[in-house]
Design a protein around this ligand. Structure first.
Ligand SMILES: CCCCCCCCCCCCCC(=O)SCCNC(=O)CCNC(=O)[C@H](O)C(C)(C)COP(=O)(O)OP(=O)(O)OC[C@H]1O[C@@H](n2cnc3c(N)ncnc32)[C@H](O)[C@@H]1OP(=O)(O)O
Length: 209
């Protein structure tokens, strides 16, 4: 495929908006980190009813301010700041990308209290989120158009601990027409495999949701 044709194909992200990196100041990362700490505290505290009511009113006041700045998908910085944990998105795991190229993507971080499943381990549903977003980035770094996950097969090999530095790394295994096969591994810093995952992502047709 010529470079021009490849670029044309890359520009066709189905019905997706085109995502470009966001340029933000340090105050954005500070806000996101403060909100993550709020999430951790919201699931790990038991304040009195009076304090709960006071907090609800204060958070509602913050929401009233934020509501006036709502913009369409693709325009908020959340998810588009590659230098911030979770690319600055509260949905994503707060992990930091340390390698991002066609050879593959590597990211490092911790599961926090907010991600607790049971008995000190990360909730099983948070791992597919980590892998799925990783696969989106791998696909992006490889130069493939944004695609939808058709399947995602995860093997939970060991308990995934909270508040412990972990590393996830993956790459494209092969491309067959619209289909990209990707795999990734989650390890602790001693190299123990906690989970591995492979997925099929299918390139969207023009205008496909
Ligand atoms: C600033 C920069 C930021 C960068 C970061 C950006 C990251 C953004 C990240 C965003 C990332 C978000 C990612 C998300 O989270 S996407 C959200 C989760 N995924 C979905 O919602 C997908 C829902 N499903 C669909 O939309 C359709 O089913 C798709 C689009 C997947 C395929 O339906 P479509 O009608 O289009 O195609 P087709 O059915 O003709 O299939 C085509 C081919 O694929 C093969 N096939 C299909 N399914 C399966 C299967 N299960 N196992 C094995 N094979 C399967 C099929 O046999 C055929 O093969 P072949 O016969 O051609 O050989």
């Amino acid at each position: 495929m010529s470079e021009e044709a490849g670029q044309d194909e890359y520009e066709h992200h189905g019905g997706f908006p085109k995502y470009v990196p966001a340029d933000v100041g340090p105050e954005f990362g500070r806000l996101v980190e403060a909100l993550r700490t709020l999430q951790d505290l919201a699931v790990s505290t038991a304040p009195s009813p009076e304090v709960t009511l006071d907090l609800a009113e204060r958070v509602e006041a913050i929401n009233d301010v934020l509501k006036t700045f709502q913009v369409p998908e693709g325009q908020p910085p959340a998810g588009r700041v590659m230098t911030l944990p979770g690319r600055g998105s509260l949905l994503m795991l707060p992990w930091t990308v340390e390698k991002f190229d066609a050879e593959g993507v590597r990211s490092r971080g911790v599961f926090r209290r907010f991600h607790l499943g049971g008995n000190g381990a990360a909730h099983g549903g948070t791992l597919p989120l980590l892998f799925d977003d990783m696969f989106g980035m791998i696909q992006h770094a490889y130069g493939r158009p944004i695609s939808r996950t058709a399947y995602l097969h995860i093997n939970y090999r060991k308990i995934t601990p909270l508040d412990t530095e972990l590393v996830i790394e993956g790459s494209v295994d092969r491309v067959e027409g619209r289909k990209t096969f990707i795999s990734a591994v989650l390890k602790d810093t001693e190299g123990n495999v906690l989970a591995d995952c492979d997925a099929l992502m299918v390139q969207l047709l023009k205008g496909q949701p």
